[in-house]
Design a protein around this ligand. Structure first.
Ligand code: NAD
Ligand code: DAU
Length: 350
C-alpha cells in the first residue's frame, strides 16, 4: 500500500493535489505535512479532511527530527514535495527565508528519505515540484525546454534551482528514485491574494487600485491549477525515474492584457458599467530583477504521458472569478490581520 507524504498540502497547489489524491485513490494513505505559514490554510481542505485515508501533520520541514518521526509513524513510501516559500516579491524582501525552507527544508526531506528508504530505493519515489522560473527570462521568442540551462534571477528562483540540483544530486549520488517537474504560472481557487490574479480580483471587488508593475508588458504562461494537479498525478504514476518534465498552459498573456480581460469579465459579473474596473489600473514601480517573459514547451509530457490542459483560459478564469465571488469569507479571513500589514508595506508609496 502506498503511504504518500505530500508537503505543502495546505497551500494553493498542494491543496488541489491532496484533494485529487485523497478522492481518486482511496486505497492510498495521504499524509499532508505543512507548517501552516501565512500561505497555508486548512480551510482549503475542509471538504475532504474527514476522509479515512487523509492525515495532517503540522511540521516545519526545517525540523529534521519531526520529519523522520512522520516517516516512521506513517511508513511513508513516496514523497510529493510542494512545501516552499513561493512569492517572488517576498523573496526580494527576505531572501534567507527562501534559503531555509526551499533549500535546507528540501535537503532535510531528501536526507530522511535517503535513510528511511535505503533498503530498496527502487520502490520509493521522491517527486519534487518546481517552477519554470529556474530557467530565467526569455526574450520575445523561444520556449523553455527540459534542457534549457538554469539561469535564476530572483532569490526565489535561485532557491528553487538549488533545490532542484539537490534532488538530482541525491539521485546520482545515492541512487534514489526521483522526478522533477517545472511548471508555469498557476491560477484558480484557493490562490493566495498576494499573487497577480487573486490580488487583482480582490482589488476589483473592493474597488482598490490595480498595481501593474513597470510597463505591464511582462509575459507569463498561465495554467489552471487543476490541470497542474492532473499532470502531477500522471508524472507520479507514469513518469520516468530521474527525468524532468516541463508543464505549461500553452497560454501566454502580457500582464496588461490579462488585467484588462479580468476587468471586463468582472464588470460583467458584478453588473458594473463596462470600463469601471479598468479605471483602477495604476502603473507602479517595477519589481527588481523582473523576468520579462516565461513560456513553457510542454511537448515532452504531452508526447510521453499524453497530458494536455483540459480547461481553456476563458473557462478557467471565469470559474476562478466565480469561486472568489462565492467565497468572500475565505478571502476576508485572509485579507484581514497579517496580510493587511504586508499589503501596506508592499504597495504604499510604490
Ligand atoms: P503556497 O505558497 O500557496 O503554499 C506553500 C505551502 O507550503 C503552504 O501551505 C505553507 O504553509 C507550506 N510551507 C511553507 N514553508 C514551509 C515549511 N518550512 N515547512 C512546511 N511547510 C511549509 O505555494 P504554491 O503556489 O501552492 O506552490 C507550491 C509549490 O509549487 C512550490 O514549491 C512552488 O515553488 C511550486 N510552483 C508554484 C507555481 C505557482 O504558480 N504558484 C508554479 C510552479 C511551481
Ligand atoms: O512561473 C511560475 C511562478 O509563478 C511560480 O514559481 C511562483 O511561485 C508564482 O508566484 C509565480 O511567480 P510570478 O512572479 O510570475 O507571479 P506573480 O503572480 O507574483 O506575478 C505575475 C506577474 O504579474 C509578474 O510579471 C509580476 C506582475 N505583478 C504581480 C503583482 C503581485 C504585477 O504587475 N503587480 C502585482 O501586484
Amino acid at each position: 500500500m502506498k503511504s504518500i507524504l505530500i508537503t505543502g498540502g495546505a497551500g494553493f497547489i498542494g491543496s488541489h493535489v491532496v484533494r485529487l489524491f485523497v478522492t481518486k485513490y482511496p486505497e492510498y494513505k495521504i499524509v499532508n505535512l505543512d507548517a501552516l505559514t501565512y500561505a497555508g490554510n486548512l480551510e482549503n481542505l475542509k471538504d475532504i479532511d474527514h476522509s479515512p485515508n487523509y492525515y495532517f501533520e503540522k511540521v516545519n520541514i526545517l525540523d529534521a527530527e519531526a520529519i523522520t518521526e512522520v516517516f516512521i509513524k506513517h511508513a511513508i513510501t513516496d514523497v510529493i514535495h510542494l512545501a516552499a516559500e513561493s512569492h517572488v516579491d517576498r523573496s526580494i524582501i527576505s531572501p534567507l527565508d527562501f534559503v531555509y525552507t526551499n533549500i535546507i527544508g528540501t535537503v532535510n526531506l531528501l536526507n530522511t528519505a535517503r535513510h528511511q528508504w535505503k533498503a530498496d530505493y527502487s520502490s520509493h519515489l521522491f517527486y519534487h515540484i518546481s517552477t519554470d522560473e529556474v530557467y530565467g527570462a526569455l526574450g520575445d521568442t523561444g520556449l523553455f525546454t527540459e534542457t534549457t540551462p538554469y539561469h535564476p534571477n530572483s532569490p526565489y528562483s535561485a532557491s528553487k534551482a538549488s533545490s532542484d540540483h539537490f534532488v538530482r544530486a541525491y539521485a546520482e549520488t545515492y541512487h534514489m528514485k526521483t522526478v522533477v517537474s517545472n511548471c508555469s504560472n498557476n491560477y484558480g481557487p484557493f490562490h493566495f491574494p498576494e499573487k497577480l490574479i487573486p490580488l487583482f480580483i480582490n482589488n476589483i471587488i473592493t474597488k482598490k487600485p490595480l498595481p501593474v508593475y513597470g510597463d505591464g508588458l511582462y509575459t507569463r504562461d498561465w495554467l489552471f491549477v487543476k490541470d497542474h494537479a492532473l499532470a502531477i498525478d500522471l508524472i507520479f504514476h507514469q513518469g520516468k525515474a530521474d527525468e524532468t518534465y516541463n508543464i505549461g498552459g500553452f497560454n501566454e498573456w502580457r500582464n496588461i492584457d490579462l488585467v484588462k480581460l479580468l476587468c471586463t469579465l468582472m464588470d460583467e459579473k458584478l453588473g458594473r458599467v463596462k470600463g469601471e474596473s479598468e479605471a483602477l489600473i495604476t502603473y507602479v514601480k517595477d519589481r527588481p530583477g523582473h523576468d520579462r517573459r516565461y513560456a513553457i514547451d510542454a511537448s515532452k509530457i504531452n508526447k510521453e504521458l499524453g497530458w494536455k490542459p483540459t480547461v481553456t483560459f476563458e473557462e478557467g478564469l471565469s470559474q476562478t472569478i466565480d469561486w472568489y465571488l462565492e467565497n468572500t469569507e475565505w478571502l476576508n479571513n485572509i485579507t484581514s490581520g497579517a496580510y493587511a500589514k504586508y499589503y501596506e508595506s508592499m504597495y504604499t508609496n510604490r
